[in-house]
Design a protein around this ligand. Sequence first.
Ligand code: 13P
Length: 246
Amino acid sequence: MRKTLVVGNWKMHGSRPANAELLAGILGARPFTADVAVCVPFPYLFETAATLAASDIRWGAQDVSAHEQGAYTGEVSAAMLAECGCRYALVGHSERRAYHGESDQLVADKAKALLARGVTPIVCVGETLAERDAGQTEDVVKRQLAAVIHTLAHCAGEIVVAYEPVWAIGTGRTATPEQAQAVHAVLRAQLQAATGHGDRMRILYGGSVKPDNAATLFAMPDIDGGLIGGASLKAADFVAICRAAA
Ligand code: 13P
């Protein structure tokens, strides 16, 4: 049985007072039946860790360097994230792929760096609207995931996957539960073929998940939770989404 996982991706939002209020709202709403985590900007990791340490809410980062250490100005290593107590880190978010030119292989190398330090990569995949309209959705997400599977080899079963159609991110245009389920089923089959236990791996959906659509998305057989952007910044909305996980 796969336990639902709901992860907030704060992106480049927040401030120390706003974070304190948001985390207090989440902590005050426990317990949740789902696993819950927040992926916060790097400078807030230590304070987030201190706030959440005594709870069952986990925290993580939104990116990581593929390098172990060295002269890489501005980068943050997986070892540093592990020192901050991160359970998770996002890799390959579409905003990193689009604005920072991250390739499938770089995303795979980042996932590998994380696993080497005991941090679980949440590997994001997803097609653009042009790719969907051209009928390339399956090819694109399978290509993105295949790079990670090949690079991680026998460790590929240790990741979390997040399907985030680019056209649904921040647009208010959610994939229908059926559209999302269809892609999740493709990804699950690919994970199953590669690892032999894809049926135990979690595949999250992300893209305009809100309190009013979360329950129907999470009810689909291959949707194991959500990666939440905008709605993760308001405690009431994020809590409602966490509770939508039956
Ligand atoms: P929104 O929930 O704001 O659409 O963002 C989704 C996302 O990109 C989460 O990583």
